[in-house]
Ligand binder design. Sequence first.
Ligand SMILES: Cc1ncc(COP(=O)(O)O)c(C=O)c1O
Length: 404
Amino acid sequence: MTPNTVTVDGQEVKLPIYLDNHATTPLDPRVLDEMLPYFKEKFGNAASRSHQFGWEAEAAVEKAREQVARLIGATAKEIVFTSGATESDNLAIKGVAETYRDKGDHVVTCVTEHKAVLDSCKYLEKEGFRVTYLPVGKDGLINFDDLKRALDDKTILVSIMFANNEIGVLQPIAEIGKLCRERGVLFHSDAVQAIGKVPVNVEQQNIDLASITAHKLYGPKGVGALYVRRKNPRVELAAMIDGGGHERGMRSGTLNVPGIVGLGKACELCREEMAAEAARLRTLRDRLKDKIFAGLDEVYVNGSMEQRLPGNLNLSFANVEAEPLLMGINDVAVSTGSACSSAAIEPSHVLKALGAGDLTHGSIRFGIGRFNTQPEIDYVAARVVETVKRLRELSPLYEAQSEH
Ligand SMILES: Cc1ncc(COP(=O)(O)O)c(C=O)c1O
């Protein structure tokens, strides 16, 4: 046995274990196989109309457009390829704001959104728009009455994420979509973490714009898409990048053909395997949670356990700081709910929004994905339990509390 493997229940587990699938997912080898010819002999520019190389690339792009559309219940013409979800979020929010400015100056979003949405909204505020940032409850969910109250006759856009990237919480997207439709307001959802993991259907859920990225669903980095509704209502979008008029004028620039082929294949695999995969990931996630809870007291789940992505677990450990905990389990790749600001380690804006106070300092996000196995989960659970116990033994605060 090589030094970087361990045996768990008679099975070999390779270290380090990757359990950070919300940050990015490994490329599925089946996706890579599909992409490779487009780096080699099929290198054409999809916009070249005069020869076979171009036609071949264009056909591959159109196939991928169908594959992406099919996963979310859209039509191929409604898919605009981009460089990823940061670009898709910017294009959706700024593109709608610019186009519908005469109709209204108000946008509604939520405090737990990804920075790509929050910073696009901040930009709009500088441009004179009004933005309402809805709070969330302890469960991470928006309050539907808050949303109703926030809408006014100048609201042009609501942007609420489908699944949160830190706590995995699933917002009530179909209800939000229905309300927006009734009020004649466009609805954008950053659906990056949800697509391919839980059912997303732009028709049933009344979504008008949806952001997608390949690297969260076992595709390559640097490629994504924006779903833009074409009827009932038809969404008009000002471009953010001008040039050769690609993607029906909404996003100029030579298409990343191998990346797009990868995104398409990744979407097809998710459509075929999502139901079974979600059930498997939920079982692994619940096993991880049960083992940690059985081994430790004072552990708390951040966000709703019911309205949650199957592969997500976000836990706070009382009387433990996340950094030493991460160092203690350094053969496991997870992330903390904290980010280093200039002077101190600050809890993330998402955990702060839940109002968990001091507990947020000892928070870990576990993101379980397609390639994780049960022995890996058992190993991680044991490492977390043993490390938290050790750190607590060293903590005077915990000692003092335990004596009461
Ligand atoms: C919810 C959410 N939105 C947007 C992004 C940005 O996506 P990309 O890396 O494709 O720009 C991410 C990924 O970090 C995300 O989790």
